[in-house]
Design a protein around this ligand. Structure first.
Ligand SMILES: C[S@@+](CC[C@H](N)C(=O)[O-])C[C@H]1O[C@@H](n2cnc3c(N)ncnc32)[C@H](O)[C@@H]1O
Length: 272
């Protein structure tokens, strides 16, 4: 399906919008985009805003992700050879601690913008320096290869790229590329176009095309399949898989029955 609503979105997307949803998207722009000086402030304070997020929510916000080996079977390996995983934007460790709990033969480098998130990672009951090395960094600026030695086998990027300003996507992805050994892979899961959370933003929160700011100053970007592949391919990756996935979210208490739309992808660094 390509752009049936005529709302300027080019590329393949998973569903068309109802007329009410089209109106809702239009209303998001009724007060215009957030002014440039406020947008610059958000960018300058991006790390601080994530750190405040973890100060407020501690380890309560994200749930342990137990679907990961089902969705990303490459994580499992043969069990014999220890591989290195770099979990980027690790938060408090909800992605990688379940992998260690399952006994996967991995050494995990875990990094995040927020120093407080890293403190939570290090105070987790399963934290063990022989299995985990956690460090604070800004992946749009700090050279990851310097932190991880000779390059890692796998990088996971779970709902992280969407938290970064699109102007910095390329810098971040190039950084990942340099940090990966040839033949290594990046596993991505992130927000997709017309995800229910994208449709729920109100006027005053739109920053740009598919880019929004939440009440707490953290930002969210909603990806189109082709765009994500192009971003990775532009720095040298080969796309092995890349598609939308949907999940139905039902919360009877809050009266929510909505469709989550994510993008799930695997990009490989060529051997040569
Ligand atoms: C939506 S959270 C996802 C956390 C975790 N990956 C998970 O799925 O539970 C986004 C994470 O990306 C981190 N982040 C945002 N921008 C970053 C940057 N430039 N460098 C490193 N981490 C960043 C945030 O601090 C936050 O922990």
């Amino acid at each position: 399906m390509t752009c049936p609503e005529g709302n300027g979105v080019l590329g393949h997307h998973l569903r068309s919008l109802s007329s009410e949803e089209v109106e809702r998207l239009k209303r998001q722009e009724s007060r215009g985009l957030l002014p440039v000086f406020q947008q610059k402030k958000l960018e300058l304070e991006a790390g601080k805003n994530w750190d405040k997020f973890y100060k407020r929510n501690e380890t309560r916000f994200f749930k342990d992700r137990h679907w990961t080996t089902r969705e990303f079977q490459d994580l499992i390996g043969d069990g014999m050879v220890k591989r290195t995983l770099l979990e980027v934007g690790c938060g408090v460790g909800n992605f990688f601690y379940p992998l260690l709990e399952d006994g996967l033969n991995l050494f995990v480098y875990a990094c995040d913008f927020s120093p407080r998130a890293i403190e939570f990672v290090e105070s987790h009951p399963m934290y063990d320096e022989t299995k985990v090395s956690a460090f604070q960094c800004d992946i749009t600026q700090d050279e990851l290869l310097e932190k991880t030695g000779q390059g890692v086998d796998i990088i996971s990027l779970i709902f992280v790229l969407s938290a970064i300003h699109p102007d910095k996507f390329q810098a971040a992805i190039s950084n990942l590329y340099r940090c990966l050994r040839p033949g290594g892979m990046v596993l991505v899961r992130d927000y997709g176009l017309y995800d229910m959370a994208m449709l729920r933003f109100g006027p005053g929160s739109k920053l740009g095309e598919r880019l929004y700011v939440r009440q707490d100053g953290t930002r969210a970007y909603y990806f189109i399949e082709e765009e994500l592949a192009q971003l990775f391919e532009s720095v040298g990756f080969v796309t092995e898989s890349n598609s939308y996935v949907t999940r139905q979210t039902v919360n009877k208490k809050e009266g929510i029955d909505a469709q989550r739309i994510f993008i799930q992808a695997k990009f490989v660094k060529p051997e040569q």
